[in-house]
Design a protein around this ligand. Structure first.
Ligand code: PMP
Length: 358
């Protein structure tokens, strides 16, 4: 029953549920795949020296400083880069731009839970493709008629990475569809599909500064692809909101891209913590696919994920639980700093010992 006379004209959507952002800073926050380290000191310097007076002026709508910095880093042309307010903004724009046909778009049944939300928002038909039991993609599932393809590599929330050969075969079989590879977690040990851009006019690679560059709070994402794809994205952006990036975000983004050595150092630290945590969790009987991201997707044969989630919460450790088919016995645990992971492991050791009655 509707309450308001105007309700019939309201767009009905089922929104995406973001991970919790608790106000309590003492919590060990391992639920939204943020980076435990601060952004580059060069970002801090730029923000310290930022002139508030310039905020009187609109930012550069073409965001040329940032697109040029990114183009330089990735070895592409600046007309092959599109930037937005986090990769969510870039992906939302890409759905609106490229997934405009009658055939369903395809993505895995277990994947980033924003894809079906955007598809529903824009009225895009979609068909999910079941991952194998080991959470890998069956490439043949993407050889049928479709209106576009999208998946993260490595996938979320599983952390499983696919070879570039699978991506290349999907690109070859789908010359009439735009194939979007969401590389939010690529910097933690997965080869990027950026190297395929010169050969495939239907490939769009989307990345973010939220994870590996430790700037989730600044909201910077970007897409790379051949100029025609980027032009199509820009046309839609200019039909929507020409000033998506703030002056502060542009300045901070450029500084982050320019500090390649800091970026590589923190990625390396997270990968080595991840490999250590993998060993420790295996020793406790946890099972998980071999993650190439900054999180682990874990299950335990003797402890229900939902119960463990609640126990961890009691200890002020927040992880992510998805009450969804096929993954409702898994927890997604972000790789934090060494001390945070040690606190997590020492609590899990106690829980496992209790289970075994030791
Ligand atoms: N893609 C995937 C697979 C993600 O997990 C996330 C993070 N929620 C995003 C894109 C969006 O990240 P952001 O908007 O912070 O760039």
């Amino acid at each position: 029953m509707s309450t308001y006379a105007w309700e019939k004209n309201v767009r009905k959507v089922t929104p995406y549920t973001p991970g919790e952002q608790p106000k309590l800073l003492s919590m060990i926050k391992l639920n939204t795949n943020e980076n435990p380290y601060p952004p580059s000191p060069k970002v801090a310097k730029v923000l310290r020296e930022f002139s508030a007076d310039t905020l009187r002026l609109y930012p550069d709508p073409s965001v040329s400083d940032l697109t040029q910095a990114l183009a330089g880093y990735y070895g592409v042309d600046s007309n092959e880069v599109f930037v937005g307010v986090g990769s969510d903004d870039v992906l939302a724009m890409a759905f609106l731009t490229f997934f405009n046909g009658k055939d369903p778009i395809l993505f895995p049944d277990i994947t980033y839970s924003f894809y079906d939300v955007w598809a529903d928002l824009y009225g895009i038909p979609y068909e999910t493709q079941a991952l194998r039991e080991d959470f890998s993609i069956r490439r043949e599932d993407y050889f049928k008629k479709n209106g576009g393809i999208i998946f993260p590599n490595p996938n979320a929330p599983t952390g499983v990475a696919e070879d570039l050969s699978l991506i290349e075969e999907i690109l070859k079989k789908n010359p009439e569809s735009v194939v979007i590879i969401d590389e939010a977690y690529v910097d933690f040990g997965t080869p990027s599909a950026v190297s395929l851009i010169p050969r495939y006019d239907n490939l769009l690679v989307v990345q973010t500064m939220s994870k590996s560059r430790a700037m989730a709070g600044m909201r910077i994402g970007y897409a790379m692809g051949q100029p025609a794809l980027i032009e199509a994205l820009n046309n839609v952006k200019y039909a929507f909101n020409s000033y998506t990036m703030s002056r502060t975000a542009i300045a901070a983004g450029v500084a982050a891209v320019e500090d390649a050595s800091y970026f590589e150092e923190i990625c390396h630290k997270i990968v080595s913590t991840r490999e250590h945590v993998k060993k420790e969790l295996s020793a406790l009987g946890f099972r998980f696919p071999d993650s190439r991201s900054n999180f682990l997707f874990v299950t335990h044969p003797d402890i229900a994920a939902k119960d463990l989630f609640a126990m961890l919460r009691q200890e002020n450790i927040i992880v992510r639980y998805f009450d969804k088919p096929r993954i409702d016995d898994y927890l997604r645990i972000t790789i934090g700093a060494d001390e945070e992971m040690e606190a997590l492991l020492s609590f899990l050791r106690k829980v496992c010992m209790k289970k075994e009655g030791i």
